[in-house]
Write a protein that binds this ligand. Structure first.
Ligand SMILES: [Fe+2]
Ligand SMILES: [Fe+2]
Length: 475
């Protein structure tokens, strides 16, 4: 089951050849996917041979094979984690019943919506990142960008397989629509707003892969608990790929900080103008980028009170993060949870039924997890002996969804007037000037072993290759 069959047109470990109708439908979708990749995938990359990993098996050991390949020849396919025998539903109203191998009629519309929403983010991020290759700070970074891009393409395949196999004609139409919407397109945009924003520079890219791919991790973890077993199994395998994306983000920001603090120590200054003249990204700007990406990403978890979230949980469609490790009754009727809102100019906590607050529960788990990386970034700064601490902004800062939408709250959690907000927002969120400065640093630097001035080299190469390995051959 775990071995992947690469002899077929569509590599898979789901015995695709036994279901000829499905196989044919996916083989018809495949050229549309390649057309989408040619049009919307990484710009100018067609002739490049890229040192990519490809899944050879879904076992933790035999995961990947590395080699130089052209991206459009990447073996995108359908890979599910092996099924657990007699898996039982372990939360919600159906707790203790057998997990579903097919979609129950009454949950069809909701499950389709969940799968389409997840699926839509995957190609969206490829579209958002398509110009970044032109300004890569190194060949190593260029390769990592491309690895992420092909894997997001595979995540699209993962969701399209479910749509084709389990949702009939509607599923096939949804699969087609996933290639028709485009990030930032006025007439036919991607479903979630964060996936219509631009990823204009590499600092944004690293922040996106640290913060926003981590949203993906939490959504996938919640779906990996699903009573709909094929969804649980496919998201489990997606999670193993996702880990690398967050590594690229965390290490990318870390290397940016490393270079900045090295120059701060060389020049013995924390003066922003001097550091900018020296071509590195000052720490206050990095803090503003964190504030932006953190706040935009936590909005992705949805409204803090949501009857949909309660329905998804109680009917077994979507669990909590690490549902299996929790010790409550996994039904949650009668439990409560605290959410925040602004009343009379103050932040107040309110107890609400936990079932309705499950978006908030997932958001809070995400916040705890994402703070870990910020702590590790601070170690780079303190090791250099520099008295500066990066922080995650307050949960209520710069929110656009739920009870906190539009509230004027500072990064340290103070409710302020509109005037104060307007006067200080340039200290809290990246300004046009910050963005223009970061953009001015973005130049292509792709000779093996060379790195742009604003970023430090990584500690190690990919797959134990040296840092100056030829990760991308331009031909
Ligand atoms: Fe993904
Ligand atoms: Fe990802």
């Amino acid at each position: 089951m775990s071995g992947i069959n690469y002899s077929e047109k569509i590599p898979n470990n789901v015995n695709l050849s036994e279901d000829r109708t499905l196989q044919r439908a996916l083989e018809q979708w495949q050229p549309n996917f390649i057309n989408w990749w040619d049009d919307m995938g990484p710009e100018g990359s067609t002739d490049m041979d890229v040192y990519l990993r490809t899944a050879v098996s879904v076992d933790p050991q035999g995961w990947a094979q590395f080699g130089h390949v052209k991206m459009r020849d990447y073996r995108w396919g359908v890979f599910l984690n092996p099924g657990e025998q007699d898996r039982k539903i372990h939360f919600g109203d159906h707790i203790g019943e057998k997990a579903w191998q097919d979609v129950p009629g009454e949950h069809r519309a909701n499950l389709r919506r969940i799968i389409v929403t997840q699926g839509d983010t995957e190609p969206a991020s490829v579209e958002q990142q398509r110009h970044l290759g032109l300004t890569a700070p190194s060949m190593y970074d260029l390769r990592n960008l491309f690895q992420i891009n092909v894997e997001e393409g595979r995540h699209l395949w993962a969701m399209v397989y479910l749509l084709h196999k389990y949702f009939g004609k509607d599923g096939r139409e949804e699969a087609d629509a996933l290639l028709q919407r485009n990030s930032g397109n006025e007439d036919n945009p991607r479903i979630l707003q964060a996936f219509n924003e631009k990823t204009p520079d590499w600092l944004s890219f690293f922040m996106f892969t640290y913060f926003t791919d981590r949203d993906g991790k939490f959504q996938l973890c919640a779906l990996a608990e699903s009573a709909f077993d094929p969804l649980a199994r496919t998201t489990k395998f997606m999670l193993t790929e996702e880990a690398h994306h967050m590594f690229v983000g965390e290490s990318g920001v870390s290397r940016t900080i490393q270079r900045t603090v090295d120059v701060m120590n060389q020049l013995k200054t924390d003066d922003v103008a001097k550091l900018r003249a020296a071509g590195v990204i000052d720490l206050p700007t990095i803090q503003r980028y964190i504030n932006f990406h953190f706040s935009v990403t936590i909005d992705l978890f949805g409204a803090d009170q949501s009857s949909n979230a309660a329905t998804f949980y109680s009917s077994g469609l979507k669990g909590r993060y690490e549902e299996g490790k929790r010790t409550d009754d996994h039904v949650l009727k009668g439990n409560s949870y605290k959410i925040l809102s602004v009343e009379d100019g103050k932040l107040v906590e309110k107890e609400v039924p936990m079932l309705n607050a499950l978006n908030e529960v997932l958001r809070d788990d995400y916040i705890t997890d994402s703070k870990g990386g910020i702590d590790r970034w601070n170690r780079v700064i303190s090791k250099a002996g520099i008295p500066f601490t990066l922080t995650a902004p307050h949960k209520a800062f710069h929110r656009n969804i739920g009870s906190l939408a539009g509230a004027k709250v500072t990064p340290d959690g103070r409710v302020v007037s509109n005037e104060e907000w307007m006067a200080k927002v340039g200290e809290w969120l990246p300004t046009n000037e910050d963005r223009a400065y970061v953009a001015s640093l973005m130049g292509r630097c792709v000779e093996p072993g060379k790195f742009a001035n604003w970023i430090a080299p990584p500690v190690m190469g990919i797959n134990r290759q040296p840092v100056d390995f030829d990760y991308v051959r331009f031909n």
